[in-house]
Design a protein around this ligand. Structure first.
Ligand code: C2E
Ligand code: MG
Ligand code: MG
Ligand code: MG
Length: 275
């Protein structure tokens, strides 16, 4: 084929690949630098009770305000995974978030982990050390995980999950219903929470929602609906039996200052104090 296309095209193709590789390398270097300089920040998306709308938790989401070309987590998380920076990114997010929300003992904290992190035998110990250092109650922490390596390295992942679970950390299956079915994973790893992916929520299909929730209920796992953008979606999720809602309708990701204002406002209205 190379001959048919002629030398010129083959060379041009090689050049293109080379440029792509160089760009990836440059982005990796910048991410590494951003992590070293403290340029990765955290925003907090509200998780509310489906029953009464009360704020029960927040999900920490990584942000890179000065990212090249304004790339978001869907680009820089895979970049961090490929370049060995994912642990550094995760612990940056975990430390910042634990520090940020520790003043509110009633608030749960969800943090995303990349499944490959569970293959690192040091992972559990390092998480335990962070929460111990900050005197953060382990049962406030929920680690959100998608499938992936759970399937590739189930025994190693199991050990990491069981170790953290023994100290009180809980695990949520994230993005349920997107991509590969993970019904077997739900049972095998004993997740404490299932988060229905927003692509499923967007279908607005009550039969489908109820089927997922019945499955989770049979396994005694509470369900959160992600990506709730409309009143109709909130109503369907509530009626199907979701315990918790998350999405732009109930709250966009907030800076720590915005979260403080929200918590203070709520507490002032209900007559309790932060101190
Ligand atoms: P996720 O864990 O499923 O997080 C929810 C994503 O949906 C967030 O995107 C959030 O901003 C977005 N979202 C929330 N409500 C709505 C809504 O109503 N409509 C729509 N269209 N979107 C909504 P974000 O922050 O861009 O993060 C994307 C993904 O990147 C996350 O999906 C998570 O898998 C990953 N991610 C983010 N931060 C971290 C991190 O610190 N570590 C790891 N490993 N992954 C992370
Ligand atoms: Mg998540
Ligand atoms: Mg999700
Ligand atoms: Mg996701």
């Amino acid at each position: 084929r190379a001959k048919e296309d002629g030398r010129g095209r083959v060379v041009a193709f090689d050049d293109e690949l080379d440029i792509e590789r160089q760009e990836t390398k440059a982005a990796e270097d910048r991410l590494k630098q951003a992590l070293a300089q403290g340029d990765i920040t955290v925003v907090y998306q509200p998780l509310v009770s489906a029953r009464d709308g009360r704020l029960t938790g927040v999900e920490a989401l990584a942000r890179w305000p000065a990212a090249p070309d304004g790339i978001g987590p869907e680009i820089f998380i895979p970049l961090a995974e490929k370049s060995g920076l994912i642990d550094s990114l995760f612990f940056t997010v975990l430390c910042q978030a634990v520090e940020g929300v520790k003043v509110w003992p009633d608030l749960e904290l969800s943090v995303n982990i990349s499944p490959i992190q569970l293959c690192n035998p040091e992972f559990g110990k390092r998480v335990a050390a962070v929460i111990a250092d900050e005197a953060f109650a382990a049962d406030r922490l929920i680690l959100e995980v998608t499938e992936g390596v759970l399937i590739a390295q189930p025994e190693q992942a199991r050990r990491a999950i069981d170790g953290l679970r023994a100290i009180g950390v809980r695990f949520a299956m994230d993005d349920f219903g997107a991509g590969h079915a993970s019904i077997g994973m739900l049972r095998h790893f004993g997740f404490e929470k299932v988060k229905i992916d927003r692509s499923v929520v967007a279908l607005q299909d009550p039969v489908l929602l109820k089927a997922i929730i019945e499955l989770a209920a049979a396994l005694q796992i509470p369900v959160t609906a992600e990506g709730i953008e409309t009143e109709e979606q909130a109503r369907l999720a509530r009626e199907a039996g979701c315990e918790q809602l998350q999405g732009y309708l109930v709250g966009a990701p907030l800076s720590l200052d915005e979260l403080i204002a929200l918590k203070d406002g709520v507490q002032r209205r209900t007559g309790t104090s932060r101190h």
